[in-house]
Design a binder for this molecule. Structure first.
Ligand SMILES: C[S@@+](CC[C@H](N)C(=O)[O-])C[C@H]1O[C@@H](n2cnc3c(N)ncnc32)[C@H](O)[C@@H]1O
Length: 479
C-alpha cells in the first residue's frame, strides 16, 4: 500500500465527481490533482484514506491530447479554475456527460434528450463579481518556497490580498491578476493592496477579533461598464476610506461607486451589518436582455452576465409562454427570470426565501416599469404546504419555473409541485445530482423529461447549469 510522500507512475483513466482525475494502482483508486484523463504522470501521494489515495502531479510523462497550457500563473495553487489545463472543448464534453450520468445513475432516467451544451461566449473575463480576501498568512507557491522560507503570521511579507487556498482557510494566496474578471479589476486589486501596505492597515483576525481589512469585492456591469468597489472591514475608519476612495476614483474613472461594508461578525461572510457609501450612489447597473438591474453591494445576480442572458432566453423558450399565462417563478432570487419573461405573460409570481432579495426584485421590477410581477418572501415548502393564504390572491399557474439552490428542492416542495400537475414546467438547475434526485421524485406524479439543455456558465470549473423542460404525461413513471 503506497504511503504519504511516495511518488508513483500513474495512467489517468477517467474524470469523476467534481472533475477529479482518477487513476488506479494495484486496484486502489487514486484521485490525482492537476491531471487530465489520458495523462501518464508521476504523482506524489499527499493523503491516504481507507478506500482511496489522493496525489498531486509532479511530472507529466505523457500529456493527454485534451491537455492545454493553463493561462494563469497561479494555476495549481489557487482553487478557482481547476480545469484551466483542460481544453475548453473537453471541459464541455465532460460537463454534458456529467449531466447524462447524473440523470442515469441518480435519477434512473435512460436515453434522455440531453442537447449539445451551450458554450460560454467568453471563457476568460466572464465574471461580473469577484470577492478577494485579506490575510496576514500569505501562502507561498511551491516555487516561492524553494526561494525563501514562509513569513511568520502577521510578520514582514505576510500580507496577502487574493483567494483562500483550498483546504487551508487560514492562508491567502496573494493575487496580482485573475483572468476571470478584467484588467481593470486587476488594476483596482493592486491599487487597494498598495494602499493597504503603504498605510500599514491591519488585516482582520478572528482570534482574538482585531484588525481592519476583511474583503475586497469588485462588481462590474459587463453590459454597462459600471464598476463598484466594496471594501469589507471589521470596524469603521472613515479617514482611511476617504483616502482610499479618492485614490481609486482618480486612478480608475470607471468606478462609479465606492462602499464600505462593516461587520463585526466572526463568520467569514462578506456582508456588512452597516454599509457606508463613500462615492456615488452605492448602486451599479447591469443589463440583461432589454432590462436594467440595479445592484447594491449585496444584491444577487448571476455572475456570468452574458450566459445568464442565454440561460434565461432558453428558459423563456422552453416555457412556451402565452400572453394569458400566470407563471410562478420559484426560488426567484432578485427576480431576474420573472422580469426577463414578464413581457410575454399576464402575470409572474416570484417566491424567494431571502427578504432582501425580494426587496431587490420589487425594486428591479419597478425600475423597469414592470407592473405584472409580484414577489413573495418565504420558505417555498412552507408557502406551498402550510402558509397558503397567499394562494387566494393568484390564479393557479399555467407554467412553473423552478431554479433552486445547489441543494435542490425540499421533498415537501417537490411533492406539492407534483400534485399541482402543471402542464409546463421548466427546472433550471446548477447541480445535476440534485436535479436528477428531484426529477426522480417528480416522475411518479406524471412528469417526464422532454429535453435538457446544459449551459456552461463557469468555464474552467466543473460547474454546469441546465434548463430542463418537463412534460406532464397521464400515467406517470420514468420516461
Ligand atoms: C439559483 S438561485 C435563483 C437565482 C435566480 N433565479 C436568478 O437567476 O437570479 C436560488 C435561490 O433560491 C433561494 N432559496 C433557497 N432556499 C429557499 C427556500 N427554501 N425557499 C425559497 N427560496 C429559497 C436562494 O435564496 C436563491 O436566491
Amino acid at each position: 500500500m503506497p504511503e504519504r510522500g511516495d511518488i508513483l507512475e500513474l495512467t489517468v483513466e477517467s474524470t469523476g465527481f467534481e472533475g477529479t482525475s482518477i487513476a488506479r494502482h494495484d486496484g486502489m483508486v487514486i484521485f490525482v490533482e492537476g491531471a487530465v484523463a489520458g495523462d501518464v504522470v508521476r504523482a506524489q501521494i499527499f493523503k491516504s484514506k481507507k478506500k482511496h489515495l489522493e496525489a498531486k502531479v509532479v511530472e507529466v510523462l505523457l500529456a493527454s491530447p485534451t491537455r492545454t497550457q493553463p493561462r494563469c500563473k497561479y494555476f495549481g495553487t489557487c482553487g478557482g479554475c481547476k480545469w484551466q489545463h483542460v481544453q475548453y472543448e473537453s471541459q464541455l464534453a465532460f460537463k454534458r456527460q456529467h449531466v447524462i450520468d447524473a440523470l442515469e445513475r441518480i435519477g434512473g432516467f435512460k436515453g434522455v434528450n440531453v442537447l449539445p451544451i451551450v458554450a460560454s461566449k467568453e471563457i476568460y473575463f466572464y465574471r461580473n463579481k469577484l470577492e478577494f480576501s485579506f490575510g496576514d498568512q500569505k501562502w507561498l507557491t511551491s516555487e516561492e518556497m524553494t526561494l525563501r522560507p514562509p513569513p511568520s503570521v502577521g510578520g514582514e511579507g505576510a500580507f496577502a490580498l487574493g483567494f483562500h487556498v483550498p483546504q487551508r482557510y487560514d492562508k491567502i494566496l496573494d493575487i496580482n491578476e485573475c483572468h476571470l474578471q478584467s484588467d481593470l479589476s486587476n488594476g483596482i486589486l493592486n491599487a487597494v493592496r498598495k494602499f493597504a501596505i503603504d498605510n500599514s492597515l491591519p488585516v482582520y483576525t478572528s482570534e482574538p477579533q482585531s484588525g481592519y481589512l476583511r474583503n475586497l469585492i469588485i462588481r462590474e456591469g459587463k453590459n454597462t461598464g459600471d464598476v463598484m468597489v466594496n471594501l469589507v472591514t471589521f470596524n469603521d475608519r472613515p479617514a482611511e476610506m476617504e483616502k482610499l476612495t479618492s485614490i481609486l476614483t482618480k486612478a480608475f474613472p470607471e468606478i462609479i461607486t465606492v462602499v464600505n461594508n462593516i461587520t463585526s461578525k466572526r463568520a467569514n461572510v462578506a456582508v456588512g451589518e452597516i454599509e457606508k457609501v463613500y462615492y456615488g450612489s452605492g448602486v451599479i447597473s447591469e443589463k440583461i436582455g432589454a432590462h436594467v438591474f440595479h445592484l447594491s453591494a449585496n444584491s444577487f445576480l448571476q455572475t456570468n452576465t452574458r450566459q445568464a442572458e442565454t440561460l434565461y432566453a432558453i428558459t423563456k423558450e422552453y416555457a412556451e409562454l402565452k400572453l394569458t399565462d400566470v407563471v410562478y417563478d420559484l426560488y426567484c432570487g432578485t427576480g431576474a427570470i420573472s422580469i426577463y419573461i414578464s413581457d410575454a405573460v399576464k402575470q409572474v409570481v416570484g417566491i424567494e426565501l431571502i427578504e432582501s432579495s425580494i426587496a431587490n426584485a420589487r425594486m428591479n421590477a419597478a425600475q423597469n416599469g414592470i407592473t405584472n410581477c409580484e414577489f413573495i418572501a418565504g420558505d417555498l415548502k412552507d408557502l406551498l404546504t402550510k402558509d397558503v393564504e397567499w394562494k387566494k390572491n393568484y390564479a393557479k399557474p399555467d407554467v412553473l419555473i423552478v431554479d433552486p439552490p445547489r441543494s435542490g428542492m425540499h421533498p415537501k416542495a417537490v411533492k406539492e409541485i407534483g400534485e399541482m400537475k402543471i402542464p409546463r414546467v421548466v427546472y433550471v438547475s446548477c447541480n445535476p445530482a440534485t436535479l436528477a434526485r428531484d426529477l426522480q421524485m417528480l416522475a411518479p406524479f406524471g412528469y417526464s423529461i422532454e429535453k435538457v439543455q446544459p449551459v456552461d456558465m463557469f468555464p474552467h470549473t466543473y460547474h454546469i447549469e441546465s434548463a430542463v423542460r418537463l412534460g406532464l404525461t397521464r400515467s406517470g413513471g420514468f420516461s
